[in-house]
Design a protein around this ligand. Structure first.
Ligand code: 5GP
Length: 101
């Protein structure tokens, strides 16, 4: 299915909704999940109009931003999850970082 820009992450990325941004680079912004499932629950949201992991992105930018957030929060043990299809609630590419570290 094609990308539909009518979603909350598109509005966050385009600054139509004010949100606390924890970190960002050219490809991703990092925010805290509104409904955390662990002590640390960050979202890495693509700045581009991409629906899900089926489309490739600049994974070097994702990797470097994840490491930056881990360093800043002293996180060593963590999970990275991305949901596709029926597992995905918000149809705009994002990655979850979960940690109880
Ligand atoms: P998905 O199932 O799409 O991978 O997960 C979407 C995530 O976005 C959920 O963990 C949910 O708590 C989070 N979320 C939904 N709305 C908002 C919001 O407005 N702001 C933030 N920061 N997170 C949100």
């Amino acid at each position: 299915m094609s990308y539909n820009s009518n979603n909350i992450f598109n509005k966050i990325v385009n600054k139509q909704i004010s949100t606390n941004i924890c970190a960002e680079n050219n490809s991703f912004i990092c925010v805290k999940d509104i409904n955390p499932k662990a002590n640390y629950h960050f979202l890495f949201i693509s700045k581009h109009n991409i629906k899900d992991f089926n489309t490739s992105v600049n994974f070097d930018d994702l990797h470097s931003l994840i490491l930056e957030v881990c360093t800043n929060n002293n996180i060593q043990d963590y999970q990275i999850i991305t949901n596709v299809g029926s597992y995905q609630e918000i149809p705009h590419l994002h990655f979850h970082l979960l940690s109880n570290n």
